[in-house]
Write a protein that binds this ligand. Structure first.
Ligand code: FAD
Length: 564
């Protein structure tokens, strides 16, 4: 209507005005044609997933250079480290999620979002096939496909049941926000059932037996949260059954929190013992039914059967079906998760990147690559390299594999450290590369796969967005060591993970933390560190305010035990 109005006014003035109007119309038409041409020239980036990896990629991506399409079955980002707190109402579910459309708004709306699940990736035709999970009752088709120039797979992983019978049917999981809400309701159900009249004491005990399978950070944190919920809130309102509650943590390994420092592991075990949480280490779950959990003790071979009110399964993650299907297509069928190189490119296909829990950087291949650099440099196969060749080799290796530098800087190999100084251009010396090769084999044995954590996923997302932001510039000006210049192999530095430490909340306002530089801290003061880190890590001021107010509400009024 605004345009219409302008047209009428111009008709009522002189013909000059009319000319001016039509000229500006033509110009703007030309301009918009140019714009749309430029728009259509933009490379299409399809991003699958709105978790840690996907959102940190989107947050830092320069959206003016790409046509970005995001696909995810949930239209929000979930702050997973606080999910255990959601299970007991310490924090509300809505406080740990941020609508993805709020994030898009911050990018001037230049990202398209589809609430759908990707069902198939066709790397040969550069297409993804998706299906929306919106209600069928709404009109229109739920299936669609999208073409891409670059595909970013950040769809995370799914719970791993290790094909244990009964787990899918009778266990609760703690992976998504809905899972945490289901657990919260189930805990209250167990208490309400236990106080109904007409139950025997044995039945009340069974209903109040909470079993957690998996002694990793998530299982341990949930056990601690549940213990606090029971002791601080529920025993006061379900007074008659307060002595019948039992929490059992089952772990297949010899210790809980075995990815943490030994001091933290034993601190957690001792604390749980004091709190009355039973920890069964060295036991493998054989099956779960609606009433019992069956397991085998590794040491004695004895098979135990325990009645339960609720079992929470938290034993690690595995690949999602769409990723498994992709792995079959590209010859990675035998692997557990997608393998990428250190630039996060999926091996075996073009222009596909994978990050976060759905992928892992293939360390074995890195080692082969390193040795290959030596072989290529050692043209006459003599087993020795000239100073010039060696300098080049070391330069390549250090640019591509920073972890080598880290290892060599440790005091194990003084000779090699000296040689690295050579490579900086000071003194030079002829070397036997066999020596260096064996040093690298040691590096290999020291290099572990990256853990499936939010920290890794978020850093990978940020790294990849920086690569994408520089892609055009780097295509025109390739950099990197001489041997790869121009070959397109070496546009960016490889991904380098920076470990910032990890927390293990243990309940009773105590937390254990492993901080960079082998620093271990445990107890009440670390809990305050945990509060401040987690408040500062929130993705928006909205969630930060919500989370902090939930903590305050809990301090003042306790947790809410309504079953809603
Ligand atoms: P996710 O965050 O899981 O995101 C995957 C995204 O992909 C989601 O948006 C999902 O909806 C979407 N998706 C799924 N399937 C499809 C499909 N077919 N098509 C399109 N999209 C799809 N890590 C830490 O570092 N510190 C912690 O304290 C910590 N605590 C945790 C506590 C709990 C309870 C849990 C479950 C995990 C915790 N983690 C923690 C691990 C951390 O959450 C994961 O490592 C991290 O979420 C991985 O990020 P991601 O982006 O790869 O996957």
């Amino acid at each position: 209507t605004h345009g219409h109005y302008k047209l009428l006014v111009l008709f009522s003035v002189s013909s000059g005005g009319l000319v001016a109007f039509s000229e500006s119309q033509t110009n703007s038409g030309k301009h918009s044609a140019e714009l749309s041409q430029a728009e259509s020239k933009k490379k299409r980036v399809v991003v699958l997933g709105t978790g840690w990896a996907g959102t940190s990629f989107l947050r830092d991506l320069d959206v003016s250079s790409y046509d970005v399409q995001v696909v995810s079955p949930r239209n929000y980002f979930a702050f997973t480290p606080l999910l255990p707190s959601v299970t007991c109402g310490t924090v509300e579910a809505r406080s740990v999620v941020e609508p993805i459309r709020n994030m898009i708004k911050k990018k001037s709306g230049k990202i398209n979002f589809c609430e759908a699940e990707c069902l198939k990736i066709d790397t040969a035709n550069k297409k993804v096939f998706c299906q929306s999970n919106l209600p069928e009752s709404l009109v229109g088709n739920n299936d669609f496909s999208l073409e891409y120039d670059y595909l970013v797979i950040a769809i995370g992983a799914q719970v791993n049941t290790f094909n244990t019978p009964g787990v899918l049917e009778y266990c609760y999981f703690l992976k998504e926000v809905e899972d945490a809400q289901k657990i919260r309701r189930c805990v209250i159900d167990c208490f309400e059932k236990a106080v109904l009249p007409g139950l025997s004491e044995e039945e009340r005990r069974t209903n109040l037996h909470f079993i957690i399978v998996g002694g990793g950070p998530t299982g341990v944190e949930f056990a601690a949260e549940l213990h606090d919920f029971v002791q601080e809130d529920l025993v006061k309102i379900y007074h008659s059954v307060k002595d019948l509650v039992k929490i059992t943590l089952i772990q297949s390994g010899d210790h809980i929190l075995n990815t943490f420092d030994d001091r933290i592991s034993s601190f957690a075990e001792q604390k749980f013992q004091r709190d009355g949480i039973e920890v069964l280490t060295g036991s493998r779950v054989l099956s779960v039914s609606d009433k019992f959990i069956n397991m085998k003790m590794k040491s004695s071979g004895e098979v135990l059967s325990m009645p339960h009110g609720m079992v929470v399964w938290s034993t690690g993650v595995g690949a999602r079906p769409v990723v498994k299907d992709l792995m079959e297509q590209i010859g990675q069928g035998k692997r557990r998760v997608l393998a990428t190189d250190e630039w996060l490119r999926v091996k075996g296909c073009q222009d596909v990147y994978a990050l976060g829990d759905c992928a892992t950087i293939d360390q074995r291949k890195i080692m082969e690559d390193i040795l290959n650099i030596f072989k290529v440099a050692d043209k006459d196969n003599s087993g020795t390299l000239t100073n010039e060749e060696f300098k080049d080799v070391v330069e390549d290796i250090l640019v591509r594999y920073p972890q080598v530098e880290l290892y060599l800087k440790s005091n194990h190999l003084p000779d090699v450290t000296y040689l690295l100084k050579d490579a900086d251009g000071n003194e030079r010396k002829e070397v036997n590369y066999e020596e260096f090769k064996s040093a690298l084999c040691l590096v290999d044995s020291q290099t572990k796969s990256l853990p499936a954590t939010a920290q890794v996923a978020a850093q990978q997302g940020t790294y990849l967005s920086r690569c994408f932001n520089r892609m055009e510039q780097c295509d025109s000006k390739p950099e990197g060591p001489r041997r790869f210049r121009g070959s397109g192999r070496h546009q960016f530095r490889p991904f380098r993970y920076k470990h910032l430490g990890q927390f293990a909340p243990l309940g009773g306002e105590q937390t254990a933390a492993e901080l960079p530089g082998d620093w271990v801290s445990m107890g009440h003061s670390t809990q305050w560190l945990w509060y401040s880190v987690y408040a500062s890590k929130q993705v928006s001021w909205r969630t930060r305010v919500l989370v902090v107010s939930d903590w305050t509400r809990r301090f003042i009024f306790g947790r809410d035990s309504s079953r809603i």
